[in-house]
Design a protein around this ligand. Structure first.
Ligand SMILES: Nc1ncnc2c1ncn2[C@@H]1O[C@H](COP(=O)(O)OP(=O)(O)OP(=O)(O)O)[C@@H](O)[C@H]1O
Ligand SMILES: [Mg+2]
Length: 440
């Protein structure tokens, strides 16, 4: 942008003096060139004729701010903020003007609002000053920290369903209950099908629950927030309900967003540890958020996982909550083949006999298979460092390392079998029995 551009705009305006968008362009160009007084003239020219020109007001507020006329900035922006909502960018401008005008209390309010609209737009000056200012009530410190904490928790996964081997039935459930409703919102509305409720996955460790949750977000290009219930309980003792609410709010603002609750059994009311009394309240808070009565959960997709479904409160299983409860079992032979292919993808490999490998890794979880691959890679590396000759991974390397890995799901099944045999209310654990080939 240069003089020529500005002159061009000026000549064009001589021809059509009532072209406001053009005059706004000129004003913006002038602001960028720090010709603030000239910009002011143009903006006032627009506003003289039509006081409703909001964009002109916003630009004028910017000019005043740059001229350090903070109270003028405040008057303009507050007037607009009262009538409608300002964008996060202008809320920050307003907050800064207030701060510099020694009105920290109000500055905080507007900064909060801007962070709620767009948590990634933080401002260093405001952060530094508002946190430590006398007016900087602990509320704001807390909020800023929570939001930052929240941003840290948000990711945009780069993996999708193609990175998940096996798990066909779980993928199908997620597809019909989460992916399709999001992709075809109109269709689902037409049939009066409310989108909501979550999917709860349970099963032995290392079989891909967390992995699939992350891939679900990647599959629909949504944000992903992973929440460990133990963290909620431990880090935020006494304040867990509020924190949980904040996390849901964060997800609602970042929709479409997959919220993944790990170790959800930690919310179990049936456990008799010392946290029980506080966790009753937390459970209620969680269920309220889940029901989305007070706040809409549009575009917020809920997945949860547990190794110990037997600790889970029955209230979780009600319709609209976790009405799909899916057993995630160790991969079958075909699943193991797929997982191995995924794990070896991009690595130097020879001609791998996946069928044989799948046969020799019965009962292995995805995590166990990962460990097999890791070991094979390590041995190849050691060899290559010794000989100076890198060689591809072969079937026999993988078979060898499989001998050193024990399937890690046995212990879980010992416990699960007992629940399935003796506490199988309303057939909750029929899937486990079927998997163990136990006839009822
Ligand atoms: N089906 C699968 N496809 C591809 N990789 C898998 C699969 N299952 C497990 N893995 C690999 O194993 C790792 C561990 O799996 P994951 O953490 O998802 O297990 P989990 O079921 O969540 O276990 P836990 O109950 O202990 O939390 C994953 O990071 C992934 O690399
Ligand atoms: Mg997990």
């Amino acid at each position: 942008m240069n003089e020529e551009y500005i002159n061009g705009l000026r000549s064009a305006l001589l021809v059509s003096p009532d072209n406001n968008p053009l005059r706004l362009l000129l004003a913006d160009a002038l602001i960028q060139h720090s010709k603030l007084e000239e910009a002011e003239v143009e903006l006032k020219h627009i506003l003289n004729k039509d006081q409703q020109q909001e964009q002109a007001k916003l630009s004028l507020a910017k000019v005043y701010f740059l001229q350090t006329k903070y109270s003028m900035t405040i008057v303009i922006l507050e007037e607009i903020a009262e009538a409608k909502s300002l964008s996060a960018e202008y809320l920050i401008l307003l907050s800064k003007a207030l701060l510099r005008n020694n009105e920290a209390g109000k500055a905080i309010e507007y900064y909060k609002k801007s962070l709620q609209i767009n948590p990634s737009l933080t401002d260093e000056e405001l952060d530094l000053n508002l946190r430590n200012s006398s007016a900087g009530n602990s509320d704001v410190n807390q909020l800023i920290e929570d939001l930052e904490e929240g941003m840290k928790q948000i990711e945009k996964p780069s993996i999708d369903f193609s990175h998940v081997g096996g798990m066909k039935n779980v993928k199908e459930e997620i597809d019909i209950k989460i992916v399709q409703p999001l992709l075809n919102q109109e269709l689902f509305k037409k049939y009066g099908k409310k989108i909501g409720g979550g999917i709860l996955m349970y099963g032995p460790p290392g079989c891909g629950k967390t992995h699939l949750a992350r891939a679900t977000a990647g599959q629909i290009k949504a944000n992903f927030i992973s929440i460990g219930i133990h963290d909620v309980l431990n880090m935020w003792m006494g304040n867990s309900e509020k924190q949980l609410h904040e996390l849901f709010e964060l997800a609602r603002r970042q929709a479409p967003c997959v919220m993944f609750f790990d170790e959800i059994d930690a919310l179990g009311a049936s456990r008799s540890d010392m946290r029980t009394s506080s966790s009753k309240m937390l459970i209620n808070q969680f269920l309220n958020e889940l029901d989305g009565v007070q706040y809409s959960n549009d575009g917020v997709l809920i997945l949860a996982a547990t190794n110990a479904p037997w600790h889970l409160d029955n209230a979780f299983r009600r319709p609209g909550r976790f009405d799909r409860i899916i057993f995630v079992h160790p991969p079958d032979a075909e699943g193991r083949e797929n997982i191995l292919k995924i794990l070896l993808d991009g690595k130097p490999v020879g001609d791998i006999d996946y069928k044989t490998l799948a046969k020799k890794t019965e009962e292995f979880s995805g995590a166990d298979l990962m460990s097999v691959v890791d070991r094979a890679v390590e041995s190849k590396l050691r060899e290559a460092l010794k000989t100076g000759l890198p060689k591809p991974i072969e079937t026999k390397d993988l078979l060898n390392s499989a001998l050193d890995v024990k399937p890690s799901t046995k212990e879980w099944f010992t416990t699960a079998r007992n629940y399935a045999l003796y506490s199988n209310e309303s057939g909750l654990y029929d899937d486990i029995l079927a998997y163990l080939k136990i006839k009822k």
